[in-house]
Design a protein around this ligand. Structure first.
Ligand code: FE2
Length: 505
């Protein structure tokens, strides 16, 4: 009986919160009020993409408790948002047109804005009133030919803040410039004539001096493009290297002297038949190793090569040198094809047929003198979205923050509801579990003033699929198990996204 009363009270609270937001986005709120409490677990993930408007805000909400005074600034986040045009829906999370959000912490309030990134693809499809080309995970029988990488570019993975602009990043095409305040799309970012329209990946790394390092891949080329940029984004150098297994490369890492690429045995099959999405044309070569390329920053040439037994991973944590050894943190996960199928089912609100990934964060240690590689498992229950104190990118770090799943989370729900903080020095972990009706997105480390590594806050967004509401939580990064220091609740839900960066005020 008590649970029934609590459940009834929760629904009433959710409806009241939604009603408060109904003036902003009536159609979204109406949909939630009609269906919100009746969602099944396998519909939870997809429900965040219902009726996403062209923009949100500005919307101001108050935190429930005072924020730390030094925590002022803006969290920018990107993610797939528009999944439907007319009656046609994308089948895969990674396909949706990107939407960039700003969550500005001002005093004890948060101001939220968001806008769709107006890429060439988005504008062309808006004029046509329909999707024109395949996505990463969706094929259309009448799709148009892809003539250049930007024909597919939806700018939906991450952001790179640069002075008064923010770049919306995809991983196989051009970055898109947005005004940092209004989030209005300004145009395609061109670093130089020679790099115009070359791919620029979604996980650039910024070294302690502020220099920006990145790469790009062009599937089927066997090449990686390497970028060395000034802190303001001015291009210093560009280079191209031969690389095996470079048909889909999502992330990389840097150390003081090196760029490190972990290249998995995914090979693009020939052919460009419409209706077969990109990821289905990627073949995982059973028995083939992962190739690791270590590139010297000085000359942008490969200095060392290693092979390790195969695993699949999207994301890497930090990397650093210890004498002649190179340490690399990698969030390995489920095999590529089963994971893609799980994401496709979750996006289509279908029951999930494959179990979700078990935590398996690893450290690879490369011995550059004896040319040996050792792989060990790191402790902890984090599955993906590794973050660390980015002021120490390429230098040894002790804390690794990740997202995971609590035992209470339904197997039918795709995503995460746990925040994890792994302490590398003590091999211990602190965790905080949101409730089972929450889908928590990447939580980002924001350093406190000073140079104490790991001292600061975690700032993250989360979506309650029962309420149909998105909230923002702030944790003390060294005591996440105490729960949030402060939270605020938007009067609407946001589409579940991918990555972000925090810019201090
Ligand atoms: Fe990523």
């Amino acid at each position: 009986m008590r649970e029934a009363i609590k459940s009834s009270a929760r629904r009433s609270f959710c409806k009241a919160a939604l009603a408060a937001g109904s003036a902003l986005i009536p159609e979204l709120s109406a949909a939630r009020l009609r269906e919100g409490s009746e969602l099944l677990p396998h519909q939870a993930f997809a429900s965040s993409f219902e009726q996403v408007p062209e923009f949100y805000g500005p919307t101001e909400v108050k935190f429930d408790r005072p924020l730390p005074e030094a925590l002022q600034g803006t969290l920018y986040r990107n993610g797939p948002a528009r999944m439907q045009r007319g009656e046609t829906r994308y089948h895969h999370w990674f396909d949706g047109d990107g939407m960039v959000h700003s969550f500005s912490l001002q005093g004890n309030a948060l101001v939220h804005r968001a806008k769709i990134v107006k890429t060439e693809r988005y504008l062309e499809e808006t004029r046509a009133g329909r999707f024109l080309r395949d996505g990463f995970g969706t094929g259309f029988t009448d799709s148009l030919a892809v003539l250049k990488p930007d024909d597919l570019n939806v700018a939906n993975i991450s952001v790179l803040p640069l002075d008064d602009e923010v770049l919306a990043l995809w991983e196989a095409g051009s970055p898109w410039q947005l005004d940092a305040d209004t989030l209005e799309t300004l145009g395609r970012k061109v670093f130089s004539p020679e790099t115009d329209r070359l791919p620029f990946s979604a996980h650039p790394r910024i070294d302690p001096q502020g220099r920006i390092w990145n790469f790009g891949y062009l599937s089927g080329s066997g090449k990686l493009v390497l970028y060395d940029l000034e802190p303001d984004g001015e291009l210093r150098r560009v280079s191209v290297i031969d690389a095996p297994n470079a048909d889909m490369v999502h992330d990389f890492a840097i150390t003081k002297r090196y760029l490190v690429f972990v290249l998995q045995p995914l090979h693009l099959q020939p052919g460009n038949a419409p209706s077969i999405p990109f990821y289905e044309r990627l073949h995982w070569e059973d028995g083939a190793p992962v190739h690791i390329l270590v590139v010297d920053k000085q000359n942008l040439q490969v200095a060392h090569r290693f092979e390790v037994p195969a695993f699949f991973a999207f994301h890497m944590g930090n990397a650093w040198e210890d004498g002649s050894a190179i340490h690399i943190e990698v969030a390995t996960g489920e095999s590529f094809k089963p994971l893609m199928e799980t994401i496709r089912q979750a996006t289509r609100a279908l029951p999930l047929s494959t179990p979700q990934a078990e935590p398996a964060t690893i450290e690879i240690v490369l011995d550059t003198i004896n040319h040996r590689a050792a792989v060990t498992r790191l402790p902890g229950s984090g599955v993906d979205f590794p973050r660390f104190d980015q002021r120490f990118t390429g230098l040894p770090t002790q804390q690794l923050f990740m997202m995971g799943r609590s035992p209470q989370m339904s197997d039918g729900v795709f995503g995460f509801n746990r925040v994890c903080a792994i302490d590398r020095s003590s091999e211990s972990e602190k965790i905080y579990d949101y409730n089972a009706e929450t889908l928590a997105e990447e939580h980002i480390f924001v350093p406190a003033p000073g140079f104490d590594q790991g001292k600061g806050w975690l700032v993250g967004t989360r979506y309650n699929w029962r309420c149909g509401r998105t909230s923002v939580s702030v944790f003390d990064a060294q005591h996440i198990d105490d729960g949030p220091l402060a939270e605020c609740h938007l009067p609407y839900s946001l589409p579940l996204g991918l990555h972000g960066q925090f810019v201090p005020a």
